[in-house]
Design a protein. Structure first.
Length: 151
C-alpha cells in the first residue's frame, strides 16, 4: 500500500472529515470527531482494492488506542462495488479477527441486490468480535456510531 497523503482541514464541524487520506485511487480513509470515527470509502471491488482496504483496516486497528471504542464506517455504496468471492473471503477473515479494542462497524451499502447480499453475508458471519450493522444511509450509519461513543 502506498504511503497515505494526508489532507488536513483544521477547525471544521465535527461531522466533516478533519483528515482525509487517499490510500489508493479507489480507497480513502477519513477521520471524524477528533479521530474517534474512521471512515473507509471504497469505490472498486477489484482484488487490489479489497487488499488495500483490508490492509488499511488492519493498520488502523493495530494503532487504535486500546482504551477507546473502535468505531468505523465502511462505505461500499459505489455502483462498482459487488460481493465477489474474493471480497467475501477476505471480509470474513477481517470480521472474525476483530480488534484489540471493543468496537462497532457500520457498513453502508446501496439499496438493491448487492446491498441485500452484503446484509445477508454479515448476518451469516459467526464469531464476530465487534458489532457490525448494515445501513442504506451514511447519515444513519454515522448517527448509530455516534451513539456508541462513551460519555
Amino acid at each position: 500500500m502506498n504511503a497515505p497523503s494526508p489532507i488536513n482541514n483544521a477547525s471544521v464541524p465535527d461531522e466533516t472529515p478533519v483528515e482525509t487520506e487517499v490510500l489508493a485511487p479507489y480507497l480513502m480513509r477519513q477521520w471524524l470527531l477528533n479521530r474517534r470515527i474512521v471512515v473507509y470509502k471504497v469505490t472498486e471491488a477489484t482484488r487490489h482494492a479489497v487488499d488495500a482496504w483490508i490492509d488499511a483496516v488492519k493498520e488502523t486497528r493495530q494503532l487504535w488506542p486500546p482504551d477507546q471504542v473502535y468505531l468505523a464506517i465502511h462505505e461500499f455504496s459505489d455502483v462498482r462495488i459487488m460481493l465477489t468471492p474474493y471480497a467475501r473471503t477476505q471480509s470474513s477473515a477481517i470480521i472474525t479477527e476483530g480488534s484489540h479494542a471493543p468496537g462497532y462497524a457500520a457498513i453502508v451499502v446501496r439499496h438493491g441486490v448487492i446491498g441485500q447480499a452484503i446484509q445477508v453475508f454479515l448476518k451469516l458471519q459467526h464469531h464476530q468480535l465487534n458489532e457490525n450493522q448494515v445501513f442504506f444511509s451514511y447519515k444513519e450509519a454515522l448517527n448509530w456510531l455516534k451513539s456508541k461513543i462513551p460519555g
